[in-house]
Design a protein around this ligand. Structure first.
Ligand code: FMN
Length: 164
């Protein structure tokens, strides 16, 4: 199975998480969304990540890539999303960009996997929230960085089980 992990990252947190995820998927390819935006349809499983900037905005590397994602042929393809954010600094827009990735992937026909429980986070609102779950893995290096490695491990195992 060809696994493509695409990230948008300004200070390196999302990029680092993407590389940690690759350890759980043999032969996964990791690249920035800006570099790989013509390749979304080439993979059997896509893992897409963005940090959130401004007030709820996608990271810059996704600016053009999000339209290419939306226009890709991803019918029935499993896609998982992850987001980096700061729940205490930005409690109203926590990991909003992950919600934008999920909407674009679903518009392209993708089958979203990897919903993640929101109970261990403290945010008021997020475009990535659907009831008591996020649409994908939320990571917070500012406030819960000590939990990230374990969260990544559990989430990658969850995805592998969901697509098995
Ligand atoms: C100016 C600024 C705006 C930010 N806006 C948000 C936001 O709206 N929501 C959020 O969850 N995090 C926000 N963050 C936190 C970043 O998403 C977080 O630091 C993230 O880990 C950065 O990841 P990166 O290094 O991969 O870009 C913001 C940070 C800064 C400095």
């Amino acid at each position: 199975m060809k696994v493509g992990i695409f990230y948008g990252s300004t200070t390196g947190n999302t990029e680092q998480a993407a590389h940690k995820m690759a350890a759980y998927f043999p032969q996964a390819e990791v690249m920035s969304a800006a570099d790989g935006s013509d390749l979304f349809a080439d993979y059997d499983l896509l893992i897409l990540g963005s940090s959130t900037w401004g007030l709820g905005d996608l990271q810059d590397d996704w600016d053009a890539a999000i339209n290419k994602l939306r226009a890709s042929q991803l019918s029935g393809k499993p896609v998982a999303v992850f987001g980096l954010g700061d729940q205490s600094g930005y409690p109203d827009t926590f990991v909003d960009a992950m919600g934008a990735l999920s909407q674009a992937a679903q518009a392209a026909g993708a089958h979203l996997v990897g919903a993640w429980p929101a109970q261990d986070y403290d945010c008021l609102a997020s475009a990535a929230l659907d009831g008591d779950h996020f649409c994908g893995l939320a990571l917070d290096e500012e406030n819960q960085g000590n939990l990230s490695d374990e969260r990544i491990k559990l989430w990658c195992t969850q995805i592998a089980n969901e697509i098995a």
